[in-house]
Design a protein around this ligand. Structure first.
Ligand code: GZL
Length: 362
């Protein structure tokens, strides 16, 4: 099998050193004569080379997603992973992709910081015959054929599940006073920000909630704290709900709220500030267990194994999925809302425990 796959790849994918070709033919010749040939350790060039353009290292969630890719694409699994940290800048990601194309990697995996600006570079990869797998966030392109597959999350549904929970929770405690929301957004133009923000805007309009402050904190803890501080200085005691678009921002916002003397919790009627967050990272769930994050909506970063399965399918010439949505839940220490409904679907709320936190890989 190896020889056959190797030949297909060596002949049709790209030029290989002659010596290696001879070694390959020699090995096959022996096999053809029925002599068992103990093939040497797979040469480095027998590995499938994958160029991975990662957004950055801005959050615990991001580190977990990088780890998921590094575990799925390793020498032991048959890959050489070329990792590039975009440091939260699209121009760095575009530069990395062009370098991947120039060095003729076998595949590119891209986690796009924002949805737009990828058409030309993705077209270059397609013209170079390099399949691109998009992971996590999505791209908005004229021609969908410039990438082969996508695996990630339904960010709009994540936001709707968060808002449906808030509505159900307020009903469960009989709270009917004003809801004044401080909205700490993720990186502007990213799929996660677009989906989670649009859901809040839609629910706020429908439920009569007031979004009294809204600012981008780039999914970063320090910015989450700075943005919360400025919102508190402008709106002070008006704020009774904080909607953070990831756990890193929520951790920063909680720091600022407590430093200002606020109590972070869920008893809004008693003046506590209720925090909603996304990701369900280890730190986020610890804060949820402590009652400081009222609801943490999971965003599953473990897409590496799915991306590897897609590439493995492509290597075998098998058909593969085009879009793959990760399984996700939501967590709370509050037991009064056991599930939420979005459209025709119902989603359970998992009551967070130490055991659940210890059992997760991020
Ligand atoms: C969502 C992902 C977001 C996370 C943040 O899939 O792109 O980016 O929610 C991360 O933690 O920074």
């Amino acid at each position: 099998m190896y020889g056959e796959i190797g030949l297909k790849r060596y002949f049709f994918k790209k030029k290989k050193p002659v010596a290696l070709m001879l070694a390959l033919f020699t090995g096959l010749a022996f096999c053809a004569c029925g002599t068992t040939v103990k093939t040497a350790k797979e040469p480095e060039t027998s590995l499938v080379t994958v160029g991975f353009s990662q957004i950055g290292a801005e959050s615990d969630w991001r580190l977990a997603s990088t780890s998921s890719m590094q575990s799925a694409f390793s020498v032991t699994t048959g890959y050489r992973l070329v990792y590039d940290d975009g440091q939260q800048k699209q121009e760095n990601q575009l530069k990395a992709m062009r370098e991947f194309i120039d060095s003729e990697v076998d595949y590119i995996v891209l986690d796009p910081i924002t949805e737009t600006g990828w058409d030309a570079t993705l077209s270059e990869a397609k013209e170079a015959g390099i399949p691109v797998i998009i992971v996590d966030r999505q791209v908005s392109v004229e021609d969908d054929s410039v990438y082969t597959a996508w695996v990630g999350s339904d960010f709009s549904l994540e936001g709707k599940r968060a808002c449906a929970w808030l509505k159900a929770y307020l009903n469960s405690v009989g709270y009917t006073e004003a809801i004044n929301i401080a909205h700490i957004q993720g990186t502007a133009g990213s799929s996660a920000q677009i989906g989670r923000s649009n859901a809040l805007t839609e629910y706020a309009e429908h439920e009569g909630w007031n979004i009294i402050a809204q600012e981008d904190a780039d999914f970063v803890q320090a910015k989450g704290r700075e943005v919360m501080e400025s919102m508190l200085s402008e709106h002070g005691d008006e704020i009774n709900v904080v909607y953070c678009e990831n756990d890193s921002e929520a951790l920063g916002a909680i720091e600022a709220l407590e430093a200002s003397g606020k109590t972070v919790g869920s008893n809004i009627a008693a003046g506590e500030v209720l925090v909603i967050s996304f990701d369900a990272t280890n730190e986020g769930l610890k804060q949820t267990l402590a009652g400081k994050i009222a609801l943490d909506v999971e965003c599953n970063p473990n897409y590496g194994t799915v991306a590897e399965q897609i590439i493995s399918d492509l290597e075998k010439g098998s058909s593969t999925v085009h879009d793959y949505y990760m399984e996700e839940s939501q967590f709370s220490a509050i037991k009064s809302v056991s599930s939420v409904s979005v459209g025709a679907n119902t989603y359970n709320v998992t009551v967070v425990t130490d055991e659940i936190i210890a059992s997760r890989n991020y």
